[in-house]
Design a protein around this ligand. Sequence first.
Ligand code: SF4
Length: 377
Amino acid sequence: MSSFTDLFNSLSWDEVKQSIYTKTSADVKQALNTSKRTLEDFKALISPAAAAYLEPMAQISQALTQKRFGKVLQMYVPLYLSNECNNICTYCGFSYDNKVKRRTLSPMEIMQETAVIKAMGFDHVLLVTGEANQTVHVDYFKKTIDLIRPHFSNISMEVQPLDLEEYQELVACGVNTVLIYQETYHQEDYKKHHPKGKKSNFNYRLETPDRLGQAGIHKMGLGVLIGLEDWRTDSFFTALHLNYLERTYWQTKYSISFPRLRPFSGGLEPKVEMKDRELAQLICAYRIFNEEVELSLSTRESPVFRDNIIKLGITAISAGSKTNPGGYAVEPESLEQFEISDERSPAEIARMIKKQGYEPVWKDWVYEFGLEGADGR
Ligand code: SF4
């Protein structure tokens, strides 16, 4: 079975980085003016040389997004099921070496959280856990999905990487989307940030999207944790991964997220800081490079940034998020994974979206009405 690893191993981080940083204005103009864009064009669009072209990039990105997705934004909310974790990750409040109270929600607690989420209006939920295979395993996920399926038309997951057979079970159970972020494609730095636990296996994580594609997942989400390494080089490898997956698993849809390192209890400072203008450049670059990919923005970002960026390429946005298990109803004071930045309620976010002439959509209508068959999928 093919995997992304061979393609990844054929490239050198340093050479890719150098080729991004030596792109010129002429390369950027070429990338903006062509109708069929390559990964070399993507490099130009994320390069320092493209910083001076943010305005035309924003215009193209906005037009492409409206043409493909209309003026709508999908709304979703995370439901943290557990903060138990056997991994040490240097950037996360749930890291094994962070001596804090751990909890995994029981079925009754999950329903209490669900009631609050439903009352906020959500129909799309993202289930989140750490990696604790002794308690938070596939059986736990399947029981949770059976429990909440009647209440949500769209269930996404962001949990530990699983084996192919486990993904097949979850797909059969009704999981719509799985998010799996590589964190960084810099192999040496990856090891530094993941010194203990199953997550320290770089290659197993790198091949997880392949297993998801083989399991026939409807949609998968990719991304890196911005701040761990050079964001331009990491974003190139994400785009490379996306490109490979789209060609290999053409029946699956894809989304990209742009999490920037946020403060948390005992936290890590970003090695490389990304400015707001640079994040805007990256979002536009992805859209110009790929008209089909969904682009998602979480409450990690500030209200001002989110208000200004939603028209430029974003297609999904979270709101009212709590990043701790029980955060909505059961135990609001438990440890958060990270601090959120946009603390507005879902209703406030929906009003902000409408004010900008867009429509907040609380469910994934393509999936809900089975229209994915319309484009041959
Ligand atoms: S990032 Fe995930 S795997 Fe790492 S410590 Fe946090 S919850 Fe665990």
